[in-house]
Design a protein around this ligand. Structure first.
Ligand code: AMP
Length: 577
């Protein structure tokens, strides 16, 4: 495309629901959010990625899902569960990070949507579960950037769903100002309570479980099938048969979906595998009642979280005027019945539960670009944020493990809070600032989201050090430490998009930062318009650096290469400033 042609193409900003099971992309058309049917007539694209050894191509969506049973070692689903984790995914011989796999999904959505709408798509708002921690949010931003998208904002899924509320609510007037968003998807569960004050929607409380969803419902049915096979044949396939597991999971999901509409279903699947040349069939009747008994504890887990959210919002179930059901698993009748009983209000889907998150993200994009949509959004932090201190110093082990909270969970964002700490010895040389997220008093039980060394000027015991934290609107963390009374401070932004994180003192041994550098370098390499000279230098140093990491070269060599690579990345970035 020539520059002139590019100019004449309309640019749209998308809202993307990057789901565990399915993903969706929407945009604002004449001020109204609409989804794009990226999979034929359907707007729902399975979040599945596969690598085709023959064509050496990445395949995404329904086509990838279709390959799952035949090529389970080349195909991955539910990658969202691995986001923020320092792990690798193997698609045949190819090895990818969870961010890279997610970036394939995002890229595919954006490309398909661009083809269908004929518009240019370079910017997006991406949603994450409210309960995602900092590392998971940062990984999502990294995935967006790897997909070539500028991530304008990361917003919480229930918040996005609430934004769509005004477009769909049939009620003129709510009986109370409180609505509850119950979001049960394939892999995650979120519950949020919002207060509607005219145009303003305020999130009062938000909690959930990043490892609870419809996939777990499916697993209960897989267990049932395996038990049934064992009873009939004496063969135990509970472990070590990935191909069978993929097939059974698929059958389980279909069974589950059928049970949402039928009181029972007869599962008849011929030759699900062969043993000593003999086919093994699946032939079992499952009633909805049996299925509900199997999943009751999982549904109860969500109810406990709902109660937790109510307590945190200082409300009771009677204060809730409406429950917004989000996520495919809310189609499960038992889920709706339990909630209807709890809130004493009828449950229904006021908007397609698979689409409302991405539609809401599109509304958010309109808010950012200034479309007159009339929403003002106040969000809250999903986790308490703080630092490790020596308050509970263990004189036997020498361990300090006390989690000192600076920003409490469910605090409105953006927020900035500071706390005062004191040096422990005379002329202390430095403090190690370890930033945690979580709700336990013990740091060990919380999530370390970053650490760094702050060098001190000589000062007496008990000298004050101010630690200031801020959460920005994306839920990303900025830390400022200051030695009070001395002109000595240090600012660290635990945000993949800023350059601050390149400060080596943050934590050279932190794998996530190493990953960040590698990703940043790869991303730079792929940027259009980078001059040939810088590109070649970047490639040479980057490859040397990756090789050094892979072969476990000594720290001083890695440090040196890292510094050189960061310098080159900076040089490359300057070309775009
Ligand atoms: P989401 O992550 O919101 O796309 O939700 C996907 C989850 O919803 C998957 O676990 C699906 O199996 C599940 N799901 C979709 N339709 C139904 C249905 N009719 N009944 C029960 N679960 C469903």
């Amino acid at each position: 495309m020539t520059k002139d042609k590019e100019k004449s193409v309309k640019e749209i900003i998308c809202g993307i629901d990057l789901g565990t099971t399915n993903s969706c992309i929407s945009y604002l058309k004449d001020g109204k959010p609409v989804v794009v049917s990226v999979e034929g007539t359907s707007a729902i694209m399975p979040s599945v990625v596969s690598y085709d050894e023959k064509t050496k191509q990445i395949i995404v969506g329904k086509e990838a899902l279709n390959r799952l049973a035949a090529f389970p070692h080349h195909t991955v689903r539910s990658i969202k569960r691995l986001m923020g984790k320092d792990t690798k995914v193997h698609l045949g011989k190819q090895v990818y990070s969870p961010e890279e796999v997610s970036s394939f999904i995002l890229q595919s959505l954006a490309e398909k949507a661009a083809n269908i709408t004929g518009a240019l798509i370079k910017k997006a708002v991406i949603t994450v579960p409210a309960y995602f921690n900092d590392a998971q949010r940062r990984a999502t931003i990294a995935a967006g950037e790897l997909a070539g998208l500028e991530v304008l904002r990361i917003i919480n899924e229930p918040t996005a769903a609430s934004l769509i509320y005004d477009y769909v609510s049939k009620k003129e007037q709510l009986s109370t100002p409180y609505i509850l968003v119950y979001d049960l998807g394939g892999g995650t569960f979120d519950v949020s309570i919002l207060e509607i004050k005219g145009e303003i929607k305020e999130v009062l409380a938000s909690c959930g479980d990043t490892a609870l969803g419809g996939d777990d419902f499916d697993e209960r049915l897989v267990d049932l099938f395996l038990r049934n096979i064992k009873e009939k044949t004496g063969l135990d396939f509970t472990t070590d048969n990935r191909v069978l597991h993929v097939r059974l999971k698929d059958i389980a999901e279909r069974t589950k979906i059928s049970l949402s509409d039928n009181p029972y279903i007869v599962v008849k699947e011929a030759s699900i595998l062969t043993h000593n040349g003999e086919p093994i069939n699946l032939d079992i009747e499952v009633t909805r009642k049996e299925y509900e008994e199997m999943i009751a504890d999982l549904v109860n887990k969500t109810v406990e979280k709902v109660k937790e959210a109510l307590t945190e919002a200082h409300l009771t179930s009677r204060d809730i005027a409406e429950v917004l059901l989000v996520g495919g698993s809310t189609r499960t009748p038992m889920v709706q019945e339990v909630l209807a009983g709890m809130f004493d209000i009828p449950m229904y889907h006021s908007v397609d539960p698979d689409l409302c998150v991405s539609l809401g993200a599109a509304v958010q994009s309109g808010l950012i670009t200034g479309e007159p949509l009339g929403h003002i959004l106040l969000d809250v932090t999903a986790h308490s944020l703080g630092v490790k201190t020596a308050d509970n110093f263990d004189y036997v082990t020498g361990d300090a493990d006390y989690f000192s909270v600076i920003i409490k969970r469910n605090t409105k964002v953006p927020v900035r809070r500071a706390e005062l700490y004191f040096t422990m010895v005379n002329e202390q040389e430095a403090v190690k600032v370890e930033v945690y997220q979580g709700e336990s008093y013990s740091c060990k039980e919380n999530t370390l989201i970053g650490d760094f060394i702050f060098k001190l000027q000589p000062s007496p015991t008990g000298s004050p050090i101010v630690t200031e934290f801020s959460y920005d609107k994306e839920g990303i963390v900025h830390v400022l430490v200051e030695q009070k009374g001395y002109n000595n401070h240090k600012e660290v932004t635990l945000d993949v998009r800023t350059r601050k994180v390149k400060d080596k003192e943050i934590s050279t041994d932190d794998q996530r930062i190493l990953n960040y550098i590698v990703e940043k370098y790869r991303q730079m390499l792929n940027k259009d318009g980078l001059s040939e000279g810088v590109k070649n230098d970047l490639l040479a140093i980057g490859q040397e650096y990756e090789e050094a990491l892979r072969t476990g070269k000594p720290d001083d060599i890695i440090d040196d290469l890292e510094a050189r690579l960061l310098e080159k990345i900076e040089e490359a970035e300057e070309e775009f400033e």
